[in-house]
Design a protein around this ligand. Structure first.
Ligand SMILES: O=C(O)CCC(=O)C(=O)O
Length: 393
């Protein structure tokens, strides 16, 4: 095929005559339009960054073995945390946050009806015609609604096998009027989900602060306004919901749904696809598959919690594998401090033996960072560290 023909196949013009590359329309469009049998070059990772030489179907139960020990990834029972066994559960929570940066949360009190409807409506959003979805396509990272593809669409040298819908969600009354009106029930279903996950996040954060030895009443006594983190989270904490779609991929060993990354905020509550595995977390240098548990949330610690805890708790590096046969859908709810707030290590966790390890940071610094380079692993967090001696910790 001549270069001109290749150009015609991979590019077209929009109404304004601007060139749109086929890949920018997303993976779903690529798969459905092309009926492709091979992964296009733009999605192929260098050999050293490819996920595995085995497909997910071929991986056996031994994939979560570290040393010669089969690892049980941490599970926290929320109803126990809120009951008479709180003290013991707080210890398990602290262990999970310190050593894994991750846990699965069961018995969390959000009904199966609410989570099922959320996954269902997001699935229907992605199933609409491209033109309907594309109404929300923008490269403005501050937009209330953003439909897009890959990880960092305009910057990724290798694209990821993922389409997404991002909805800013707090304060709800401010953002709701901007959310998609199609499917018709999206606003109602996603608003209920946003409110319920926000409340769950607040209860979890309270427990996490308690596990760090930080209690809000003590902070209030100190009368230090900057420290009243729970108050800030309740009143104006940021929340963004992200629905991720990973269409079937003809050569899943060559690409990833999401590259290794840690999340930006304090905590992410993730609803996994219960039928299709894909999420992996890094533990002791090895990638471990997070097996879906029915009606559980996967809770990831983000960079802000690592900074706030002055390094005691770690944000978790995770990635997503894709699948040869099945489409996979997940919904993440990312929570943090208000966008205009500075995040810094809690003064309660700084002392002579454990000096301040991170620079103060804010959302604008993060945006400037991700706009200037391709985000990789925990690079942003490392850029906030005060001494290079911690870079590999
Ligand atoms: O799809 C998943 O399981 C993980 C999604 C994820 O890592 C994210 O939204 O940051």
């Amino acid at each position: 095929m001549s270069p001109a023909m290749v150009m015609m196949k991979s590019e077209e013009s929009d109404e304004r005559g601007e060139i749109i590359h086929q890949f920018q329309k997303g993976v779903k469009q690529l798969v459905e339009n092309g009926g492709i049998h091979m992964v296009p070059q733009r999605y192929i990772l260098p050999a050293s960054e490819r996920p595995t030489t085995r497909t997910i179907e071929e991986q056996d139960d031994d994939s979560n073995v570290v040393g010669n020990q089969k690892l049980e990834l941490p599970i926290i029972d929320f109803s126990e945390l809120m009951g008479p066994n709180r003290f013991q559960v707080l210890q398990s929570l602290a262990h999970a946050c310190e050593h894994y940066g991750f846990f699965q949360l069961v018995n969390h009190g959000i009904s199966e009806e609410v989570t099922r409807r959320m996954k269902d409506v997001m699935g229907r959003f992605f199933n609409q015609e491209y033109e309907e979805r594309a109404k929300h396509m923008t490269s403005d990272m501050k937009a209330a609604v953003r439909y897009g593809t890959s990880f960092s669409q305009n910057k990724d040298s290798v694209l990821c096998w993922r389409d997404f819908l991002k909805l800013l969600s707090h304060p709800l009354s401010h953002y709701l009027p901007h959310w998609p009106q199609s499917p018709m029930d999206l606003r109602e279903v996603a608003a209920t989900y946003a409110e319920e996950t926000k409340n769950l996040f607040l209860s979890l954060m309270e427990a996490i602060l308690e596990s760090l030895g930080i209690k809000e009443e003590e902070e209030e006594e100190n009368n230090d306004n900057n420290n009243k983190i729970m108050k800030k989270l309740e009143e104006s904490g940021s929340q963004m919901m992200v629905a991720n779609l990973y269409p079937p991929c003809p050569e899943p060993d060559l690409t990833l749904g999401m590259p290794p990354h840690s999340d930006y905020g304090l905590l992410t509550l993730l609803l996994q696809d219960e039928e299709v595995e894909g999420l992996q977390i890094q533990f002791q240098g090895k990638w471990l598959t997070v097996k879906p548990i029915s009606n559980a949330f996967v809770v990831n610690l983000g960079d802000h919690l690592e900074i706030y805890s002055n390094g005691k708790y770690k944000s978790v590096l995770h990635r997503v594998l894709v699948n040869a046969k099945k489409s996979r859908l997940s919904v993440a709810s990312l929570h943090s401090l208000p966008f205009d707030c500075t995040v810094k290590p809690s003064p309660k966790l700084i002392n002579e033996a454990n000096p301040k390890r991170y620079k103060d940071t804010d959302f604008h610094t993060f945006l400037a960072y991700v706009s200037s380079q391709e985000p990789k692993g925990k690079d942003f967090l490392h850029s906030r560290k005060l001494t290079s001696s911690f870079i590999n910790s």
